[in-house]
Design a protein around this ligand. Structure first.
Ligand code: PGA
Length: 249
């Protein structure tokens, strides 16, 4: 049985006081039967780490450098994240890929480095609207899986969650239909089966991301291959994130 895993990606939002008040609301009013992660921006990680210590709310980061230390102005090392109590990192988000030029190779390097430092990974993939309209969605996503997981062992795969986020559905209010999302999740699971094993395919957690909200989370989660959600906009408020966290309450 795969667990349900709901993650909130706060993107570039919130100062320390705003972040702490959202975390307090989640902890006071939410329940944590499902696996729940929040990924606030770097600048509030330390404050949030203090607030979530000893709770079931898992702390994640939104990105990480390809290097451990040295002359990398503006970058954040996995060692620094570990030092703050961060447990997981989102890698390969489409905004990192499209705005900041991250390639599959860069994402693969980051995944290796995160795992080396025992950080769990949420590995994001997804096709653009143009790719979908050209009938290339399955091919693009399968290729992102192959390239992003290059030289990752089956053992290491246990620390990785895949997030399928069709780029055209992120922040647009457009959600993939549960059927369309599940079809791609099936392709991803099949690819994991080919690259690793039947067991690995059965066990891998695959989140859907792209305009997930309280009104659509249930029907998405009802699909057999959708195991969780990576949530942007709706993760910024307790009143919209808690119903997602507790979709099956
Ligand atoms: P959204 O973002 O929920 O605002 O569409 C999802 C994401 O980018 O992870």
């Amino acid at each position: 049985m795969r667990i349900s895993y709901m993650a909130g990606n706060w993107k570039m939002n919130y100062t320390r006081s705003e972040a702490l008040s959202l975390v307090k609301e989640l902890l006071d009013n939410g329940s944590f039967k499902n696996k729940i992660l929040i990924a606030p921006p770097f600048t509030v990680l330390e404050a949030v780490a203090g607030a979530v210590k000893g709770t079931d709310l898992i702390l994640g980061a939104q990105n990480m450098s390809t290097n451990e230390s040295g002359a990398h102005t503006g970058e954040i090392s996995p060692l620094m994240l570990k030092d703050l109590g961060v447990k997981a990192v989102i890698l390969g988000h489409s905004e990192r890929r499209s705005i900041y030029g991250e390639t599959d190779k860069i994402v693969n390097t980051k995944i290796h480095l995160a795992l080396k430092h025992s950080l769990d990974v949420i590995f994001c993939i997804g096709e653009t609207l143009e790719e979908r309209e050209s009938g290339l969605a399955e091919k693009i996503v399968a290729n992102q899986v192959i390239e992003g997981l290059k030289d990752i062992s089956e053992n290491e795969l246990e620390s990785i969650t895949i997030a399928y986020e069709p780029v055209w559905a992120i922040g647009t209010g457009k959600t993939a239909t549960p059927e369309d999302a599940d079809d791609i999740h099936k392709v991803i699971r099949k690819k994991i089966g080919e690259l690793y094993s039947k067991e690995a395919a059965e066990n891998i957690i695959i989140q859907y991301g792209g305009s997930v909200k309280p009104s659509n989370v249930k029907e998405l989660m009802a699909k057999p291959n959708i195991d969780g959600a990576l949530v942007g906009g709706a993760a910024l408020k307790a009143e919209t994130f808690i119903p997602i966290m507790e979709y099956n309450k």
